[in-house]
Design a protein around this ligand. Structure first.
Ligand code: AKB
Length: 322
């Protein structure tokens, strides 16, 4: 029987990476999944019980060394800047998001590894239909984050058609989780609100009350990434990248849902013009029919189920932290 090649996760200490590493280690065994990040892990971080390597993805030798040393067959390349930070530092965003992906693809080409990369709802812009943005549609984003996401989709397509590389990606919506916090995204409000609701029964939101966006609970997103990478290659047509959806809501609706569990929870608004402009340029929802048809994607959490689960788990976590 052939020995399974290892899996490498870049950006493993981030919001997605920390949970993806845990899920992959459950599936393939701890020593088969290499966590890597530009930062060193804090002692006692659960997701790094297993091999960890410090890797700066803008340095090709650092990726190459790890991929060769561990015989990596699949790379989940998550190391990237999110939308609001990318607007603050567009030059760094280009270097990290594009430079990191380009070098990862080059190493994957040399070593015959498959690559997953996270595109985003941010790959769309104001000229994209706002409701149920189609799988194939206009993509003219107005943010540096969006520019890097569209360019990444195209670069992954190029490596697939030109070199036969197995590249696959998802246009992720805003992700909600109680593990590692997101850093510098436009949809981060939908995570912060839970922390503030439990701690203070109050949250000041940086987006307008009616800013509707596509969202997803992290367990669904992690399952989607793993299912996509395991999907039958003959069925994977829209590989770079699939629209992915689960629920679409605005801050006032999320607050209403939280109030079902915390009746005295209050929300007010202090709109950040930068993040509001980013949100206004994105569609409110995505049509994920291609993912459903080509690799049987189906979300498990809607707004009600996600809110219940978030509040339960986060309350326990915050109590443990004291
Ligand atoms: C962000 O807000 O930047 C991300 C995303 C939707 O890509 N969460």
């Amino acid at each position: 029987m052939p020995v399974m090649r290892s899996v490498l996760v870049t950006g493993a200490l981030g919001q997605i990476g920390s949970e993806l590493v845990t899920a992959l280690r459950k599936r393939h065994g701890s020593d088969r999944v290499i966590a890597s990040d530009i930062r060193e892990p804090a002692a006692g971080v659960g997701s790094v019980e297993g091999p960890f390597e410090r890797v700066d993805c803008t340095h090709i030798r650092e990726i190459e060394n790890v991929v060769r040393r561990y015989d990596v067959g699949t790379i989940y390349h998550l190391g990237a800047l999110l939308s609001a930070v990318a607007e603050e530092k567009p030059r760094v965003a280009w270097e990290v998001n594009m430079g990191g992906l380009y070098r990862t693809l080059e190493v994957a080409r040399q070593e015959g590894s498959a690559v997953f990369f996270p595109s985003s709802i941010g790959a769309f812009g104001p000229s994209t239909p706002r409701q149920r943005a189609p799988q194939e549609t206009l993509q003219r984003p107005t943010t540096m984050y969006g520019v890097t996401k569209v360019a990444s989709e195209l670069l992954c397509d190029y490596y697939h058609s030109r070199f036969g590389l197995d590249t696959r990606g998802l246009r992720l919506p805003g992700l909600i989780s109680y593990g590692a916090p997101p850093g510098g995204g436009t949809t981060d409000y939908a995570v912060e609100i839970f922390y503030q609701a439990i701690r203070y029964r109050h949250y000041t939101c940086f987006l307008r009350s009616d800013s509707r966006l596509e969202m997803m609970y992290m367990p669904d997103a992690i399952r989607a990434m793993m299912e996509l990478m395991e999907a039958d290659p003959n069925r994977v047509v829209h590989r770079n990248a699939y629209n992915l959806g689960a629920m679409s809501f605005c801050p006032s609706e999320l607050a209403e849902e939280i109030r079902r569990h915390i009746p005295d929870f209050a929300i007010d608004y202090d709109v950040d013009p930068v993040r509001q402009a980013i949100a206004d340029s994105w569609p409110e929802s995505m049509d994920d029919a291609a993912a459903r048809y080509e690799w049987d994607w189906k979300p498990r959490y809607d707004l009600g189920a996600m809110t219940r689960d978030m509040l339960e788990h986060l309350a326990v976590r915050l109590q443990q932290r004291g």
